[in-house]
Design a protein around this ligand. Structure first.
Ligand SMILES: Cc1cc2nc3c(=O)[nH]c(=O)nc-3n(C[C@H](O)[C@H](O)[C@H](O)COP(=O)(O)OP(=O)(O)OC[C@H]3O[C@@H](n4cnc5c(N)ncnc54)[C@H](O)[C@@H]3O)c2cc1C
Length: 286
């Protein structure tokens, strides 16, 4: 289909984009366009104006910040895959990114666009929860930081206000020696997660000292599995991992659709969680 007519502004800098958003006149941000353009074509979104930020260098790149990392919101998936800093400090980012879409999607799609779009089946949000990422938002009114764990509020719904721009994603340092893993069962055509699990495990000698497990694709938003804390203090033996994984979708309203009925998706959640925990455990240093 053909999108409804809209105006187009190519922002010269972030200030320009914030000014356009502050008008609150139906302006929407466009970065890589991989999620937004299909919505426009189906007329599921009908913005009066698009403000383009995809080319802004000030929103792009990965930098080291206090033993952690800061990722500009308009950093493409390809940039993420090419970042040595991320490969060394957060190998889970390359692990998840290599499975997102295809080459075209990874060349143009941005991490910020993916997070702002908040598709409940997107892969990256679970990783952001597991890493306890902080999302930096700016508007003409000022700047604020929202934890990824608070950011996703429902399907295609986030804590961002209409006039806010996602500027960057801040990753705190991982616990020393921690192992990480992302495991997903993909919808065959798109690659989106039917069920995806991101795990972070730290060991202290032979005992689990820290464990985080986050899920995506299961419900209307990504979530943390509280039961992951039950692995702490154990030796991470298969029974203990199975006990935690079994609770991957406990208390959650599980989505069902033509790709995966709710019961099957619940089963996939448990298997993805188990595999992610096992991998992260094996990858962690004693
Ligand atoms: C064929 C295909 C396969 C895909 N497969 C996968 C997959 O396997 N796994 C997966 O997770 N995803 C997948 N995706 C989705 C892909 O990850 C997203 O389309 C992409 O990340 C969106 O980024 P973008 O820069 O293109 O955003 P855009 O399409 O430009 O924007 C998306 C939304 O975010 C808003 N936005 C963008 N940037 C900002 C910002 N900085 N601040 C505030 N709001 C902003 C826009 O207004 C819009 O609402 C797939 C997409 C396609 C087309």
């Amino acid at each position: 289909m053909i999108p409804q007519t809209f105006d187009y502004v190519r922002a010269r800098n972030v200030g320009d984009a914030l000014k356009a958003l502050a008008a609150k006149d139906g302006t929407k941000v466009i970065a890589g366009g991989h999620s937004l353009i299909p919505l426009l074509k189906f007329r599921l979104a009908q913005p009066a104006r698009l403000v383009d930020i995809g080319h802004l260098d000030e929103l792009r790149g990965v930098t080291e910040v206090r033993r952690g990392a800061k990722i500009g919101a308009a950093t493409t998936y390809r940039d993420l895959l090419e970042s040595k800093l991320l490969a060394e400090r957060y190998p889970i980012i390359a692990e998840v990114t290599s499975g997102i879409g295809d080459l075209q999607v990874r060349n143009k799609g941005t991490i910020g666009g993916g997070l702002a779009h908040a598709d409940p089946a997107a892969d990256m949000p679970a990783v952001m929860l597991a890493l306890d990422a902080q999302l930096v938002l700016r508007s003409k009114r000022g700047k604020r930081t929202v934890a990824a764990r608070e950011f996703f509020q429902g399907a295609f719904s986030t804590a961002m206000a209409e006039d806010e721009l996602l500027i960057a994603i801040a990753l705190p340092p991982l616990p020393r020696g921690a192992g990480t893993a992302y495991v997903s069962f993909e919808q065959a055509a798109s690659g989106y997660a039917l069920a995806g699990a991101a795990a972070v495990v730290k060991r202290s000698r032979s005992t689990v000292a820290h464990c985080t497990l986050a899920m995506t694709g299961i419900s209307d938003r990504p979530y943390l599995v509280r039961a992951a804390e039950q692995l702490v203090g154990t030796q991470g033996l298969p029974d203990a991992i199975e006990h935690v994984a079994a609770q991957a979708a406990a208390g959650v309203e599980v989505n069902g659709d033509i790709h995966a009925p709710a019961d099957y998706r619940r089963h996939l959640a448990v298997v993805a969680a188990r595999r992610a925990l096992q991998k992260a455990f094996v990858r962690s240093k004693k």
